[in-house]
Design a protein around this ligand. Sequence first.
Ligand code: KG4
Ligand code: ZN
Length: 347
Amino acid sequence: MKTEPLVLGIETSCDETGVGIVRGYTLLADALASSVDEHARYGGVVPEVASRAHLEAMAPTVDRALADAGVTLSDVDAIAVTAGPGLAGALLVGVAAAKAYALAAGKPLYGVNHLAAHVAVDTLEHGPLPEPAVALLVSGGHSSLLRVDDLTGGVVPLGATIDDAAGEAFDKVARVLGLPFPGGPPIDRAAREGSITIPFPRGLTGPRDLAEHRFDFSFSGLKTAVARWVEARERAGEPVPVNDVAASFQEAVCDVLTAKAVAACQEHGVQTLVVGGGVAANSRLRALAEERAAKAGITVRVPRPKLCTDNGAMVAALGSRLVSAGIAPGKLDLPADSAMPITMVTT
Ligand code: KG4
Ligand code: ZN
């Protein structure tokens, strides 16, 4: 029997330098170096700082992943790297490193799509993905609904944010509330102590919006509404109920995300919903997705939080699927593409 492919994956699209090693559907190593602390005082990721951090972390993180998995580079069957979408300079570091490793070790190289990798990572936890599936991907950089007919080459975009990403809204609202960056985890915690008392707006859910933006999202109006609400309290000299604002804001985000994701499944006759990206770590999003999907007879698959945020395992997981499906590798001059479309799973 042929053994499953051993794939090393490299991720550098944002602020995490991730190197994962996967054999088939089995995760062997998931080494991560994050520059998140260096961005905290700016309240958002600074591209130049991220690129430099990737450069410093790359070789040590690859070495750590190989050691954790107990393999050497010559054991690897293929190398996969995030080719896009993401920060151009950050992507370049990963792509250049992956080319160097592939060339030096004589291995095939796959440039892969970051969003498709967020979907693929779920197979490491829950096994082969039933296709078609709908994927809800929500992070600091993206908020998308996709129909996944074939993880290795048939991904159809259904909708996306028209302004801020969901995680970006969490980060900006946290700032308004005086909570640290990144804002998702502290808002999640604060919301558990609060009540949903403020009716913040649900973007793109009115009848006119739904006609034009059925599966799109908008979070910038919500972010502004929260900021105005907080300012009004402060101007009136009243204390800001941080926990209630956090709970009410979080509910507005999770309500729209889950309603549209379930509707997408129903309208496309799909029985499986995969949720991924950093915001998929949100406890309310997980619970509400579960509750609404169950009512509609849909199965939800959400990987554990560490696999939801950016990491190298997701890239290796997609690489492993591509190798198994017999998809040809990319060329050694494959480009990093900051705007890589989701219809392109691999370069
Ligand atoms: O996927 P990710 O690590 O990187 C990007 O590609 O952006 O996602 C990071 C985003 C940040 O905006 C962060 O605030 C958000 O995910 N996040 C959360 C939670 N944990 C992380 N948002 C809501 N609730 C959480 N528990
Ligand atoms: Zn991501």
